[in-house]
Ligand binder design. Structure first.
Ligand code: AMP
Length: 279
């Protein structure tokens, strides 16, 4: 496994490989867990060279404390990546990516960016668009893998690729969960024991909401979820929305032929957790 910090060295390595390459790329912010590894496993089935980037992207954080406290476990990440057969890891510094201009570009994702996470995390998707576009320019992957855990992000990346004709195939990957249902996330390691024990309530509630959505209106299901969280002693609901998978707009009425998802953001103390479920 090769680890590169510099763009020039990474590109030299990728350009020098003599056999025709299909590059599978998985951008991450590190603190790797089995959710990340499931993306890599999928990429291994479909490509002959696997590139993983580890970069905690400052411009996508709306909350400076979250950025400072974001878990960083590079030594362990590299061990994990080596053990599952990753070929190349890219671990650039902030200067390598942004130079002296630590700022994001402003994107138009046809309104996807104004829904849900976009309402609560100012500038987040401009930061995501900026880093992913930059990484695509550097790595030039054949396929790039993104988790449905961040479903809105996945749809936004697909939109960015489509609108800018970026020659990469975006592959969405299922949410990988702990045994108790909590969606795996690097931020889970920051939960206190009390909040960690409470957190599976999120997915349990999503599953019940899915059941209810079969014969109840979206409005009734949303109301029910809000009530459940109001009664919860620890977890604070930021939003729960039922939205169309493509437009990400909250729905008022179910329509045949459309696919819907329930999207949720919850505070477990100061840790913000997100999850979603296909309805
Ligand atoms: P992050 O390191 O949090 O930026 O995540 C890197 C990639 O891994 C993103 O595409 C995430 O959506 C994906 N990912 C994170 N957690 C999970 C999970 N539990 N299941 C599937 N994909 C995930």
């Amino acid at each position: 496994m090769f680890v590169f910090k510099k763009i020039v060295a990474l590109q030299k390595y990728l350009n020098n490989s003599d056999s025709p390459q299909s590059i599978g790329f998985i951008p991450t912010m590190g603190a790797l867990h089995k959710g990340h590894l499931s993306l890599i496993e999928k990429a291994k089935e479909q490509n002959n060279i696997i590139v993983v980037s580890i970069f905690v992207n400052p411009t996508q954080f709306d909350n400076q404390e979250d950025l400072v406290k974001y878990p960083r476990t590079e030594e362990n990440d590299l061990k994990l990546l080596e053990s599952i057969g990753c070929d190349v890891v890219f671990t650039p510094s902030s200067e390598e990516i942004y130079g002296t201009n630590l700022a994001s570009t402003s994107f138009n994702f046809d309104g996807l960016e104004h829904q849900m996470e976009g309402k609560f995390r100012d500038g987040h998707f401009d930061g995501v668009g900026t880093i992913v576009q930059r990484l695509f320019e550097i790595v030039k992957p054949t396929n790039a893998y993104f988790g449905e855990k961040d479903f809105q992000q996945l749809q936004i990346i697909k939109k960015m690729v489509e609108k800018n004709n970026i020659p990469v195939n975006i592959v969405g990957c299922e949410i990988y969960r702990e045994e108790d249902g909590l969606a795996m996330s690097s931020r889970n390691t920051r939960l206190t024991q009390e909040y960690r024990q409470a957190a599976p309530f999120i997915y349990k509630t999503l599953k019940k909401a899915k059941k209810k959505f079969k014969n109840k209106s979206a409005k009734k299901v949303v109301k029910w979820v809000k009530k459940k969280f109001k009664k919860h002693p620890l977890l604070k609901l930021e939003y729960f929305e039922i939205a169309d998978e493509k437009t990400l707009q909250s729905i008022k009425k179910k329509e045949k032929g459309n696919a819907y998802r329930g999207f949720i953001a919850v505070f477990a103390g100061e840790i913000r957790l997100i999850d979603n479920i296909a309805l």
